[in-house]
Design a protein around this ligand. Sequence first.
Ligand SMILES: *Cc1c(COP(=O)(O)O)cnc(C)c1O
Length: 802
Amino acid sequence: MSLTKEQFITEFKDIALKLYAAPLDDLSTQQLYQALALLTRSYIGQPWAETKKRYDQEETKQVFYFSIEFLPGRLLQSNLLNLGILSEVEAGLNELGLRPQKIFDAEADPGLGNGGLGRLASAFMDAMASVGMAGNGNGIRYQYGLFKQAFVNGYQVELPDDWMRNGFAWETRKENRAVTVKFGGWVELRPSRSGNLRVIYHNTDDVLAVPYDVAMVGYHNQVVNNLRLWSAEAPINAGTDFTLEQKERINQITQILYPDDSDASGKQLRLRQEYFFTSAGIQSIVRHYRRTHNSMAGFADRVAIHINDTHPAMAIPELMRVLMDDEHVSWDEAWRITLKVMSYTNHTLLSEALEVWPIDMFSGMVPRIYQIIQEIDRRFRLVFVPQFGQAMIDRIAPLGNGQVRMAYLASIGSHAINGVAPIHSELLKKDVLHDLYQIFPERFNNKTNGITPRRWIQIGDRPLSHLLDKKIGTTWRKNPLALRQLHDFADDTRFLDDLNAAKAENKRALAKYIDQVVHVKVDPDAIFDVQIKRLHAYKRQLLHVLGILDAYLAIKRGEKRPKRLHIFGAKAAPSYVYAKEIIKVMNAVADLVNGDPDVSKYLQVVFLPNYGVTMAEKIIPAADISEQISTAGKEASGTSNMKLMSAGALTLATLDGANIEIKDAVGDDNVEIFGLTEEEIAGYYQRGDYHARDFYDQDPRLHAALDMLVNGQIPGIETEGRDIFNSLLTYNDEYFVLADFESYLAANERLDKLYQQPRIWAKKALANIAESGRFSADFTVQRYGREIWHVVAKTPEDDHEA
Ligand SMILES: *Cc1c(COP(=O)(O)O)cnc(C)c1O
């Protein structure tokens, strides 16, 4: 859209006056934010309505992306950017004597996700709108997002995240689109006169699912898609009044996000959440379709439903239920439609993270869905036992060991199953879903994750953005592959110096932020070494910590080294004791290092509490080194690796997840690879001959670093240090931290050396930025669109040009 600075100033003053009956200089920052958000929303309404109308008129095939998490980050700047009016608005605010960043900072960050999985879902929403794909999100409107993390005496403390305290400016309540979701009770199958089975529900607990729609604004293309988040409410007009307790029980369904990022928690309420948003989504899709169609015959040509991991896997039996029970479609026809509509992304290689539910709990909560899964299970066995044998089919049938096995259900009921990086997709076929691959090889495919450079570069990294505009023009903003033009300037020393200057500016800004948040004065000239991600044993923050302890000891011995600042951001699941112990140790190490003036000349450590999207936007532009050091074969893809690469950080990595593709993209000279490969680790597992203690006994540096955990040198970690020490030595180091220690240190020493040559470093940073465009989620969703969903992207401009 177009908007001049002057128009904006007039409209902003006007809306503020109407809202608050006060002139601008009387308003709080929060009020200024609310006024600006409301004004921005008023610009979105029309293209939003027009996009909907166009999809309906043209009968566009639509994608529905089901995800129990969305992690959108703040939306004001992103919406202004995508509308194409960010500069005008900022100029207008400046002219009014207001500080744009201060107003942007008044927005709460909707933490409706744990980490990578939720962030991916939101990147896809932004990307689908930006490439002109009819993509809808379907999720949960959690009253409380992921807990707010604080440190008390170095321990993680979890506080509620009341993110909607000031409302959520971007949502629209659609009570006229509410649907009823039924739980519990029992099911009667009664033959009807027409010969169909009539399904009658008795004694169900009904919950009203009320949708709140959030606009997903496409980049400079007048497309606005829909993210539909469901909220649980007590039904109205049910002939019964609900007690306060009953209402409370219903409201609980969408009250809080579960804070486990890769562990199936087995909790009743979680299962309730899963059926709630899945059923509501399916019902609303079918209802919308039926408004303009007499039968369900053509449904699969108009609708693609994707499940982001298995939390929405009940979409498969739920769609079967609606097709058969409500639409009177036969089993065979319903199954044909369902298979054609559904597709599934697997997100994990950790077998403990594969979702399973006890049959008792499951069948009591959703009896009709359970019946349908029983029938899916029966038919699956009937067809495939003769061909593949009882033993194999027992392993992978949807029901087994007294459990409903969601990954198997999802695989059997989807026409496409994808992993999120080549190594991950291969390991799915080889390991995790090997038996299913034998039966359905054609379903398996890879779709490497992606990120949105609009948020991470255009919004997050202004200094780099301006520099890129000056050097290669602005086409990279629409098509990030244009960043490849940077290769032409790999030997342009002026430009390399400018790149370093942009990085230095970002580092000064982050240093200021660090001082505000944790009151540590850091040296902006240090190497900024960043590890930001959930705290998990397989991600190996512990390896990074042991590296810091080794540096500490070396400096204490009198060694001089280039100054490094280690920056961590990481939340641990509240029930994950080991991860929380690592957090305590990280904080204790930070105190030890920062508090020792001999050491802090060369080494500083900060652990920023409450890592989230907004904090990531501040950290990433300032990073020199990106630590992606998971045990090979454990990280499905990773996306912070892509974000940091796009900011010109050099990746210090194991050959895991998308690190491998980053290496292939930039070439061996422009990443720092270390550690065991997945094959080597699989070899240890197979032979059973990994002996962590040998590494401890044979490597004096490792020995000394590990001893620090238990010898009292780090104050306050008696219990935690001992537990971690034991996990590595007594319990044989499940994640091969000790095996990779030596090569990790060697890789770090190479980086230290390299940093002494700023232009050579900058040249490598340039290569990373130049090749980061391929990881744009715009391309990822286009691959999903072509190969899985069979949808074509189109924007209003395409019509113009046609
Ligand atoms: C990108 C992102 C993640 C994912 O990080 P990984 O290192 O890939 O696990 C998690 N949390 C937030 C807030 C992110 O922005």
